[in-house]
Design a protein around this ligand. Structure first.
Ligand code: MRU
Length: 352
């Protein structure tokens, strides 16, 4: 019999299906509060993704997949055989929640394909099995990426990470932080510097909490402290996740990643992106085509809920940027590693 994960607040429980309901560890409140939000509809799931109760590309996709299960339950109860048409509106609502992370659209596409195969009758068991499979595969893929990424680190070193690409951002274990976990376990990573990641503070609030919970030594730094740290020579690698990788290997990730990659190249620090193949979007030729989400300027104008910017002054708040493939030393996926990514190498990986 399948056992359900229990509602215990931990980085590995960002998304939990428990007793027929979807629970999200509310990342807006971490680490001060560890509460779960219970969701019973696709609309509530879409709003939770938009509001960043759950965030991080793979975790958004997994939450949306469970959101489709909730939608199917409601539409089947309301409409019987008409559920298949009615659920289209729910899929569209989930897809509109955030624009950059391709994993959201990838998961919805996969759930849509499963819907297309279903016969008459209650769709919930089959769709729940598909959502659980997406979740389980993500966790397993992260373990594999951890091993592959850690193998690239030849000499024990210290690393910088940006944003949160950890268990909290995935089905568990993490992508970039999966590499950190695996690298720390075998002695190749000695210490992690986590950028605070203005303006939403994923580094301060999430990565620092997640690594501290795992007893991995972590030091926070202001985003703009990375250059002087690299100049000391103690950093061997920058390790980050991604929200979408274009067909040519350009990498969209949290705003500030591009700057880190430029700094890394100047200082001879290597730059690793860890992301599942569900993050690779062969439909976009280059990073220029990746939609970059702009969020509320108030996120920049305020800090910790206190407005700091003067009245009447606006702020720009693009929350992702694109790192050109030429600045990336390695893309680590569950299917294998691409060194110095090019369009041809990415195509070969995806075809394998
Ligand atoms: O705005 P967020 O917090 O959803 O942004 C998350 C990131 O940029 C992560 O680095 C990315 O999604 C990879 S998560 C494994």
């Amino acid at each position: 019999m399948e056992t359900e994960p229990r509602l215990i607040a931990s980085p590995d429980h960002a998304v939990v299906w428990h007793q027929d309901r979807l629970y999200l560890l509310d990342q807006r409140h971490l680490p001060a509060r560890t509460d779960f939000l219970a969701l019973e509809s696709a609309a509530a799931t879409a709003e939770a993704i938009r509001a960043m109760v759950v965030r991080g590309a793979p975790a958004i996709g997994i939450a949306a997949a469970y959101g489709v299960v909730l939608a199917a339950r409601a539409r089947y109860a309301e409409q019987g055989a008409g559920w298949r048409t009615a659920i289209e509106a729910d899929l569209a609502q989930l897809a509109a929640a955030r624009p950059t992370a391709i994993n959201l659209f990838w998961a919805l596409e996969r759930m849509g394909q499963r819907i297309a195969t279903l016969d008459e009758g209650d769709p919930e068991p089959a769709l729940l099995a598909e959502a659980r499979a997406i979740h389980d595969e993500d966790r397993a893929g992260n373990r594999r990426m951890g091993e592959l990424g850690a193998e690239l680190i030849e000499t024990p070193t210290e690393v910088i990470t940006h944003c949160n690409a950890g268990a909290l951002a995935t089905g568990g274990y993490g992508t970039a932080l999966g590499v950190v976990r695996a690298g720390f376990a075998v002695g190749r990573i000695r210490h992690v510097y986590a950028d605070e990641t203005r303006p939403w503070m994923q580094g301060t609030r999430l990565t620092a909490w997640e690594l501290a919970e795992s007893d991995i030594p972590v030091t926070l730094q202001a985003d703009h402290a990375a250059a002087s740290l690299m100049a000391t020579g103690c950093i061997g690698w920058v390790i980050v996740g991604s929200d979408r990788i274009a067909a040519n290997g350009d990498v969209a990730n949290k705003i500030g990643t591009y700057g880190l990659a430029v700094l890394a190249r100047y200082h001879g620090v290597r730059f690793m992106v860890a992301a599942p193949t569900s993050t690779i979007d062969l439909a976009v030729a280059s990073g220029a085509e990746i939609p970059i989400e702009e969020r509320d300027p108030d996120e920049v104008l305020a800090c910790g809920g206190t407005r700091l910017g003067p009245a009447g002054v606006n702020a720009r708040n693009p929350v992702f940027d694109v790192t050109p493939a030429a600045l990336v030393d390695a893309i680590v996926t569950e299917k294998g590693v691409v060194m110095a990514p090019t369009r041809e190498k990415i195509a070969a990986l995806m075809a394998a």
